[in-house]
Design a protein around this ligand. Sequence first.
Ligand code: RNT
Ligand code: ZN
Length: 414
Amino acid sequence: MSCFDSAKQAYLDLGVDVEAAFLRLDAIAVSLHCWQGDDVAGFENNESLDGGLAVTGNYPGRARNADELRSDIEQALKLIPGKKRLNLHSIYAETGSSKVGRNELRPEHFNAWMDWAVEHDLGLDFNPSFFSHPMLKDGLTLSSPDAGVRQFWIEHGIACRAIAEAFGRRLNNTCITNFWVPDGFKDTPFDRLAPRERLADSLDKIFAVDCDPKYNRDAVECKLFGIGAESCTVGSHEFYMGYAMKNKKLLCLDAGHFHPTEVISDKITSVLMFIDEILLHVSRGVRWDSDHVVTMTEELRAIAEEIIRHDYDTRVHIGLDYFDASINRIAAWVIGARNMSKALLMALTEPAAKIREAENSGDKTTRLALLEESKTLPFAAIWNEYCRRSGVPVGPAWIDEIKRYEKEVLAKRA
Ligand code: RNT
Ligand code: ZN
């Protein structure tokens, strides 16, 4: 009996159908964030990253243009099992030799990305970029007291939704567009209401433009604080929870955007009682940083369990969001994405029926015992088989691939 067959039997003894788990996992997409490949730089030749975002590290080989970035993403895709999407930011537009304002971006500036997505059978997601730009004035964009500043960013938001809709049409695959706005205050504002009213009004103006929900749906992302915006974030959790409910938007929950002892896994069921769909930015917060590479933490497992236990496969859109420039950037993608997929498979192979039965009959002893026993089931054999069937390296073999690419490609970048 092969390692996989005996593992499969061990799961079956607890009532778990591993083959069914594989099939279900195959249908759940994970959206890779393009910005891990170049430290959120984009192709506008920006001097520095702002909006409260920070990337530390200077590992050699950062992608410097779209071709390098696509080549690096292709390398990552070969090492990650399961269904994938790609999440783009507007700063990754390809405008050739002409400088195009963010408020004037059009779908054609993403033609190369769309062609590439068709070629690789990838769905695309999108993000307007409200940072690293001179129109981010005093830390504010859509909530700025300056009507000209607000207007510029409103036009940017409108332009981005048109691009996202074009992605959806071209790929016949719904694009999820995420609005994250860094607006906030370093020191305590006297008036917390006026900026919030302006943010809501600006968002209303952006969303007033018709967009076919078959091709694009919008999400709004809240945050607790950012660097340089420690005292008040205009787009707080309550702000966006309310905004999303009232305006039928998706709520984006970023795992690093809450108080350190607060977890998004516990928010999923609550939010989905009142909002149709959510977007996740799976990330790992460490102290003040919200963007460490996703590792196999208890919280990652809990996020996956919430999705699987409640059959939220189509109502929760999974995206990754972190940036680390201190290790090989492609490896960072692969580690995070493999972990996401692995956590989903762990959740899919929980002895769910037996645990539910124990809970429903009030047998808390059996519930705890089964939860603990299931932690040492022969999961590695199941995961390795999933990787093998998905045509990606099994176990740590993918590291050799990364090292080869680093030597052959990354090292040659000046
Ligand atoms: C920032 C948000 C946001 C960004 C990306 C680049 O705190 O998490 O999602 O990370 O849009
Ligand atoms: Zn995020």
